[in-house]
Design a protein around this ligand. Structure first.
Ligand code: TNX
Length: 538
């Protein structure tokens, strides 16, 4: 055996290995959109899905048509077109005169026959040459197009046709929410978040059919909304935040823009002015408000429960009246949240006196009052709403008063609780909340709240430990997706094993949106098939 011969053998061996490697490469998974409607990872899970195992070929010959008039359907069609353009870079015309290039249509139809009992219900009929979305209201149609956005594959099926086609699996989806109120809360008081950040959060939430964003606009560390009759609230009270950074606030124009942007996504903004506790920033701005007997100073720490308004002064109620009036005038939704939590330095009788009076002020300006669960100890009206975060006793008291309850138990639904002891952000006074704990519980059975008293579910995100959008996203995603399913989908359709696969399949969307979600080790993100099925080349 010469050296030369050996070199040649080694060379041939290397070549053979390279060829085998190439063949293996060939056999690698090629993403192929599924034609099985029941296999697409929809989030939240729809009420009912019936696959018919074929595909609607979404392509350049597709057009969107909608119900006309001022019903809002045309805007929904345009929203869909815009979102598909950014997803797959395809321009889909909306309500343009029929031309002979149109081969397939998406029709967004106003239909009174959708008998699902809620304004947000919709039906999707996907056939080979048409997709028909039926809804009673544009709000229902808007929820329906979120499902349709999720049905369109991320990449086209280039191998099967001359032009790009995005096959949408055929079948029928019938859908309607389990709860009318599906929310998240953002604390913009402990750390301020810009209008752009809030808009991004709204846009992401609306993709998952969440329809309420509650903004915690004031706390000890900051006052975040312009009140024209009391300008120092923002000049002084808005000037700092936890950690001593610059703080910030929304002008009324900013706030109106947030409300408008949310309304475009059929989302209600709920303003919260937390009182009579959590009011240090207001009292620093106008010291006559203060009732804790100390000289108020700007506060950049994270303790709670040390501040209170002086509940026995008429001028305090004149102040509250102005604040509620100005904010209510620029809030299109029906609710006003008065906080009412952790008023540890307010005497019980003063607290009751205060809440009773403020409830009337809120009603005077045409809003329904919401308060954290403590408010149930006052003489509350049955039309007001209790926001259960901590005390089951208070929640039951609210039920006895005939009130509706929003379910936000800190142990299960607080987005500011860390995932585990290694988490970069968050607190853990209530619990560690890994992604499975966040999902595997039932709002319907949490405590003994009769179902008819449950308005819905909300996941609050307190911001003591987060100061920018990346950190916000780290705590909110992916858990908030689970809360969307807990509030939209019926218990029978919720299952952790099935959910965690669908959750992994959210990665391409979240990545495309540049969402810095927490890559929980409980989720097999890599194994995700991204809504595609494997095709075997053999
Ligand atoms: C309790 S929940 C609070 C907030 C804190 C939060 C931190 C509630 C009504 N009050 O003031 O930010 O815990 O997790």
């Amino acid at each position: 055996m010469t050296k030369n011969f050996l070199t040649r053998c080694l060379f041939l061996l290397a070549l053979a290995m390279a060829v085998i490697a190439c063949q293996k490469e060939e056999k690698k998974r090629i993403p192929m959109p599924t034609t099985d409607l029941s296999k697409v990872s929809l989030m939240p899970k729809p009420l009912k899905t019936v696959p018919t195992h074929s595909a609607f070929a979404l392509d350049q010959f597709t057009a969107i048509y909608t119900a006309k008039g001022d019903t809002g359907f045309e805007q929904v069609g345009k929203f869909l077109s815009k979102k598909l353009k950014s997803k797959i870079d395809l321009e889909i015309p909306v309500n343009q005169a029929t031309s002979n290039t149109v081969e397939r249509i998406i029709y967004i139809n106003q239909s009174d026959s959708v008998k699902l009992g809620t304004p947000e219900a919709y039906q999707l009929y996907i056939n080979q040459d048409s997709i028909i979305l039926n809804a009673n209201t544009a709000e229902g149609a808007f929820r329906g197009i979120q499902t349709l956005r999720q049905l369109v594959p991320e990449t086209s099926n280039d191998t099967l046709a001359e032009q790009s086609i995005w096959p949408v699996p055929t079948g029928k989806i019938t859908d309607s929410p389990n709860f009318a109120y599906r929310g998240s809360m953002l604390d913009v008081a402990r750390h301020f978040f810009s209008v752009e950040d809030v808009k991004k959060y709204i846009d992401l939430l609306s993709y998952y059919k969440i329809n309420v964003l509650h903004l915690h606009l004031s706390d000890d560390q900051g006052w975040r909304i312009e009140i024209k009759s009391w300008p120092k609230l923002t000049e002084v009270g808005g000037s700092t935040e936890v950690g001593g950074e610059a703080g910030g606030f929304y002008t009324q124009e900013d706030y109106k823009e947030i409300v408008r942007y949310a309304a475009e996504r059929y989302m209600t903004i709920i303003p919260e002015i937390d009182m009579p506790g959590h009011t240090n920033a207001a009292s620093v701005s106008y010291p006559f408000l203060n009732g804790n007997g100390k000289m108020p100073k700007l506060y950049e720490g994270t303790h709670v429960g040390f501040s209170t308004f002086d509940t026995r002064k008429d001028t305090v109620y004149a102040f509250v009246d102005d604040v509620v009036r100005e904010i209510s005038a620029i809030t299109s939704g029906p609710y006003f949240h008065i906080g009412g939590d952790e008023s540890h330095v307010t005497k019980k009788k003063d607290y009751i006196y205060f809440v009773n009076k403020v409830e009337k002020i809120v009603q005077k300006y045409g809003k329904r009052m919401i308060g954290w669960d403590e408010v149930a100890i006052a003489d509350i009206d049955s039309t007001s709403i209790s926001h259960w975060w901590s005390s089951e006793k208070n929640a039951k008291k609210a039920v006895e008063k005939g009130m509706q309850i929003i379910i936000s138990p800190a142990k299960k639904a607080y987005l500011d609780m860390s995932y585990d002891s290694l988490s970069k952000h968050g607190l853990h006074w209530a619990a560690y909340i890994p992604v499975d704990t966040a999902y595997v519980w039932s709002p319907e059975e949490y405590g003994e709240i009769p179902l008819e008293h449950i308005l819905g579910v909300e996941a609050p995100l307190w911001s003591e430990t987060i100061s920018n959008i990346d950190e916000l996203e780290y705590l909110a995603f992916p858990r908030v997706i689970g809360y969307s399913e807990l509030s939209w989908s019926i218990p029978k359709n919720r299952d952790w094993e099935d959910y965690k696969i669908r959750l992994a399949d959210q990665a391409p969307f979240l990545d495309r949106m540049n969402v810095k979600y927490y890559p929980s080790p409980l989720i097999d993100w890599k194994k995700s098939k991204f809504s595609y099925e494997k095709i075997d080349k053999d």
